[in-house]
Design a protein around this ligand. Sequence first.
Ligand code: NAD
Ligand code: UFG
Length: 337
Amino acid sequence: MAILVTGGAGYIGSHTVLALLERGDDVIVLDNLSNASRESLSRVEKLAGKSAVFCEGDILDRACLRDIFASHNITAVIHFAGLKAVGESTRKPLEYYENNVSGTVVLLEEMRSAGIYQFIFSSSATVYGANAPVPYVETTPIGGTTSPYGTSKLMVEQILQDYAKADCNFRAIALRYFNPVGAHESGEIGEDPNGIPNNLLPYIAQVAIGRLEKLGIFGDDYDTPDGTGVRDYIHVVDLAEGHLKALDHLTAIDGYKAFNLGAGKGYSVLEMVKAFEHASGRKVPYQISPRRDGDLAAFWADAALADQELNWRVTRGIDAMMRDTWNWQSKNPQGYK
Ligand code: NAD
Ligand code: UFG
C-alpha cells in the first residue's frame, strides 16, 4: 500500500514525504519540477534512509497518471501540485485555473477509474476571502476571494464537496494552511523560491545572507498594534505532520471536511524581522514601502477543530521557525543549486 504525493518535490511536499517515509509509508511522488528540483527528494531520501518512487510528470497527463495507478498499489493521494503565486495568478489566470482546477479534476477522474477514493488537498486560508472576521473558523462561509489563485482553491473545495456528496466511496479533507515557514531542523531541505521571493520569510532570509539588499515592508499604517500586517505563521514540519493526521482521519469523516492548519496566533511583519535577527544574529535592513495590492491587515486561525478531531496542534513556535529558516538558508545560500 502506498501514498501518491503530487508536488512532492516542492516545499511543503518534500517535508511531508519525509514524514511519511519516516513513519514507514511507501511513497510515490509525481512532480513536473516546474517549481522544484530533484535534489530536494534526494535529500529527503538520505534523511529518511529510505527511497520514494519518483515520477517526473504532470497531473494533467492522463497517460502518466494511469501508468502510476496501474504500477503501484496506491490507497490515497495527497495533492500539493499546483501554482501558488498570488500576484502571478492575476496576470496568468488561465494557467492557474488549468493547473489548479483542471489538473485536480483530471487527477480525481483518474483516481476514480483506478478505484482510489482517499484524498488530501492543499487548500489555503485565502478561501476565507477579504471580509471574514478573525480568527477564521471553518464554519465561517468561504468566498469573496481576491485572486485567481484563491478562487482556484475555493473551486477545488467546492468540487471535492460535490463529488463526496455524489459518491459515498469518496473521502476528502481540505487543509487550509495559514502561512507556512521554516525548514526541516537538519537544514537539508527548505523553501527555495525561484527568482525574487514573494513571501516574507524567504525574503528576510535572503537579505540576511546577502542575496538581497533590504526588505520592503508593505505598509506600516494598517489597523494592527504596530501598523504592519499580521499573519499566522506555521512551521512547515508541524504542517507536514498535520497531513499524516489528516490521512489517518479520512475513514472517520463523512465524505468531505475542511480543517484550518495554523498556530492560532498572529505575528506582525516587524515582530518577524526582530525574531529573525535574534535567531540569526544578522541585521535585516528594511524600509517601509507602499501597501501591496490585495494584502489584508491581519488574519489568523481558530485552530481548535484540528486539535479536537485530528489530535493535531503546532509544537514549534516562532524561535524554531526562525532558527530553522536561518539554518537552511545559511547552509544553502543558493538553495538547492
Ligand atoms: P511548491 O511550488 O514548492 O510545490 C508545488 C509543487 O508542485 C512543485 O514541486 C511543482 O514543481 C509541482 N507542480 C506544479 N504544477 C504541477 C503539475 N501540473 N503537475 C505536477 N507537478 C506540479 O509550493 P508549496 O509551498 O510546497 O505549496 C504546496 C501546495 O500548498 C500548493 O498547492 C499551494 O497552493 C498550497 N499552499 C501553499 C501555501 C504557501 O504559502 N506555501 C499556503 C497555502 C497553500
Ligand atoms: N510582506 C512584506 N514584505 C515582503 C513580503 C511580505 O512586508 O517582501 C508582508 C505582507 O504584506 C504580509 C506578510 O508579510 O503582511 C506576509 O506576506 P506573505 O507574502 O509571506 O504571505 P501572505 O499572507 O500574503 O500569503 C501567504 C501565501 C498564500 C496564502 C496565504 C494564506 O503566499 O498562498 O499566505 O494562507 F494564500
